[in-house]
Design a protein around this ligand. Structure first.
Ligand SMILES: NC(=O)c1ccc[n+]([C@@H]2O[C@H](COP(=O)([O-])OP(=O)(O)OC[C@H]3O[C@@H](n4cnc5c(N)ncnc54)[C@H](O)[C@@H]3O)[C@@H](O)[C@H]2O)c1
Length: 269
């Protein structure tokens, strides 16, 4: 499959920050952007090893890379990182924020630690990276685009007992709309992709290391998807990455405050 972009249609930003790049959608987005002419890339993840691997793959495509290992839940670290990135590349044109964690704890068993962790990474983490990016964009009087990652579970209700997770993503949707309203006058667009079931390490979390068990669990998921998802299958990381890149690019210049469902028809109004 040709995963490249039609550059005549999609004018990609020059300087991009991508979070959650050690695996899944973030890694797919970083690689697609690198293959399609983005010049400077700030890469962020708390998995230092995976981060270094993605940075190496992106650099090999001729992109200037600055990779920083941190947790997006750490506000001060996020601000310091975005300042370092701006010192190196200038203010970002786009931020694609994929970093996130899942959590499957029955509602009755959610405690402070679980709620704080999930909301801290998914919701507060989204606030911190946006705050830091917007600060740099405004300082440079630069137009820009921010893309968050929500989840179908925020609209549909959680499927696997992930109430804290779905609630954090509901917060991301609200953050998307409120920031879009607040920063539209500065020509900064704020949108989100809202993935359905996408085959990444996040989906298979808790399936263990046994290849046969993983294969069987995936088979069951795919079987369910054949009836529950209009397109009849689970999605792939690059399919969400492409949608996010569309929202980050000039091709979506008149779109803001939008939560773009990328779920194969698993759920729609
Ligand atoms: N896979 C799905 O089915 C699905 C569905 C809906 C939404 N999402 C959302 O998509 C986004 C990407 O997930 P994915 O499926 O690619 O999962 P993934 O686990 O493959 O990737 C998530 C990345 O975020 C990084 N990360 C986690 N916590 C972090 C932190 N505190 N600071 C910095 N980096 C951190 C991880 O190391 C990893 O590289 C997430 O926000 C997730 O909630 C995924």
């Amino acid at each position: 499959m040709d995963r490249s972009y039609d550059r005549k249609f999609v004018v990609l930003p020059e300087t991009v920050i991508v979070t959650g790049v050690a695996s899944g959608m973030g890694r797919a987005a970083a690689e697609i952007l690198a293959s399609n002419g983005v010049r400077n890339m700030g890469l962020i993840d708390n998995n230092a090893e995976g981060l270094a691997q993605t940075a190496g793959a992106v650099e090999a495509k001729g992109v200037k890379v600055h990779a920083i290992a941190l947790s997006v839940a750490d506000r001060l670290a996020v601000h310091a990182a975005f300042e370092a990135l701006a010192a190196k590349f200038g203010a970002p044109d786009s931020l694609l924020h994929f970093a996130g964690i899942s959590s499957r704890v029955p509602f009755d068993e959610i405690d402070d630690e679980n709620a704080d962790t999930v909301l801290g990474v998914n919701l507060k983490g989204s606030m911190w990276v946006a705050q830091a990016a917007l600060r740099q964009m405004r300082k440079a009087s630069k137009a820009g685009s921010i893309v968050f990652t929500g989840s179908v579970s925020a609209r549909r209700g959680p499927v696997h007992g992930n109430v804290a997770y779905a609630s954090s993503k509901g917060g991301v949707n609200t953050l998307t709309r409120t920031l879009a309203r607040q920063y539209g006058p500065y020509n900064i667009r704020v949108n989100a992709v809202s993935p359905g079931q996408i085959y990444t390490p996040l989906l298979s979390k808790g399936w263990g290391d046994d290849a046969d068990v993983i294969k069987e669990k995936l088979r069951v998921r795919e079987e369910v998807a054949r009836t529950e998802v209009v397109l009849g299958r689970i999605g792939q990381a690059h399919e969400v990455a492409r949608a996010a890149i569309f929202l980050a690019s000039e091709a979506s210049s008149y779109i803001t405050g939008e939560i773009l469902e990328v779920n194969g028809g698993f759920h729609f109004d």
